[in-house]
Design a protein around this ligand. Sequence first.
Ligand code: HEC
Ligand code: HEC
Ligand code: HEC
Ligand code: HEC
Length: 400
Amino acid sequence: MKRNVLLAVILVLALIITACSVPATTEEEDEFKIITAEEWAEDYPDQYASCLNNAEMEKTTYGGSEPYDYLEKYPELRTLYDGYGFSIEYLRSRGHVYALEDVIETARPKPGASCLSCKTPDYLAMINEYGSEVHAMDFDEMATQAINPISCYDCHQNTPGEPTITRDHLTVALELLEEEFKMGDLTCAQCHVEYYLHPETKEVTLPWNNGITVAGMEKTFDDIGYYDWIHPDTGSPLLKVQHPEFETYQGSVHSQFGLTCIDCHMPPEENEDGDLYHSHHWTSPLKHVAQSCLSCHTESEEELIQRVEDIQWEIDLKTRVVGETIEVLIKELAEAVESGEHSEEFLDLIRDYHRKAQWRWDFVFVENSTGFHNTQLARETLDEAYMYVREALELLREKL
Ligand code: HEC
Ligand code: HEC
Ligand code: HEC
Ligand code: HEC
């Protein structure tokens, strides 16, 4: 409790300091001038220094910041993502400081400049300059105008302290929902969400018309007949999930208890003078369990990590079993298509099960906590995926 009071005092002080230290230009002039992280280094040395730690690349048992090759670790991905960019290259994510260079260097095709939306604050300046046309403009051309990776501006605009939402795609999507969310989750929901590019404008769009559940988002895609690509061997119109950390986390044990992303991912740190500030090193909380978890949990650090890894072991194994079963379905469905012995109506029924199963499997697979953020939801989602893939295999095999 004492710590919380101290933190509150520091936050108020920080806000006062912030108000005094904004460079002396008018607010309007400031609006689309992005003050860079380096320029804030002197005023906020602790936050700035911890941001630099995002360059660290240490892995944990199931997560962490090493950009290892998913296609090598999970060979079934080559079949599941066949015909789509993720079967060419798919590396695990790493720290925020690499966001811009990683999107520029990926071997995956980039449908428009909108791929920069969540990698650099400079994209906000481009929207200001070119309007909504920018989303469909050439990626490579626009990327040369981007200099900053994710920076203070993305969460604070030009006034570090309280977080603000800078991404319109989130503001627009929130208007579709009745629920209220906490700022500590929304700050991260600007980027750590499921999204698709609007087929015409290429703008980042969140599929929240029917809520943020797995079935709700699927319904939004079904209603507009959306698919990311057609599997070349089966003809199934498939969806690729991105990184639904925000949606997954809602309703979890910790969320019900009132925690937000920043409680675990931005715990309080003490500087040399004994002052508290929020860590700005966004990585696996398993690297700092004492600061993030032991204010509530009474286990030792090792015991708590073991509890997390037991969950992750189970979900990782389940994900693999479901993924490999979908791989079997793809092979058998491809043969059924190839044989020319089945009606399109029958094949479409199986393709629909394939789509449903793969959407659910991917939802858990790409969510970056390997089931920790919401274990109950991960289990249920994989169970549903397995049900669809079994059903499809049974129907197919009955016809053989
Ligand atoms: C109760 C604590 C807790 C909360 C709250 C929480 N996370 Fe996590 N998060 C974790 C743990 C534990 C992991 C697993 C890390 C590992 O496997 O090494 C994780 C993993 C991640 C990862 C992958 C990191 C890596 O290094 O592997 C991302 C990204 C992430 N969380 C984002 C979020 C977002 C966004 C929110 C809010 C919507 C959130 N988390 C809420 C504890 C939490
Ligand atoms: C402007 C977009 C954006 C915002 C806002 C954002 N992230 Fe990220 N985050 C990314 C991107 C992009 C990556 C992957 C970067 C890469 O791999 O090059 C990432 C990676 C991460 C990782 C993995 C890094 C590692 O070392 O394991 C964690 C953890 C994470 N973010 C947590 C958070 C949390 C918590 C918040 C909210 C406080 C947040 N992020 C807000 C875009 C964002
Ligand atoms: C990914 C989002 C994100 C980025 C990027 C970010 N911050 Fe923050 N910042 C936050 C959040 C969230 C808080 C905590 C707000 C709260 O709960 O009071 C915070 C708090 C702060 C505070 C208040 C004191 C404290 O530590 O709680 C300062 C000052 C600050 N940030 C400065 C910076 C600076 C300077 C940068 C760039 C070098 C930066 N931030 C980048 C999200 C971010
Ligand atoms: C604000 C208090 C609080 C914090 C901070 C917190 N937890 Fe929890 N955690 C809880 C509560 C309450 C429960 C539910 C009761 C239980 O299972 O112990 C829980 C449950 C869990 C469970 C069991 C979940 C399940 O599905 O069985 C694990 C594992 C866990 N927490 C790990 C962590 C880790 C790792 C961190 C830090 C990254 C963390 N917690 C931070 C309060 C907290």
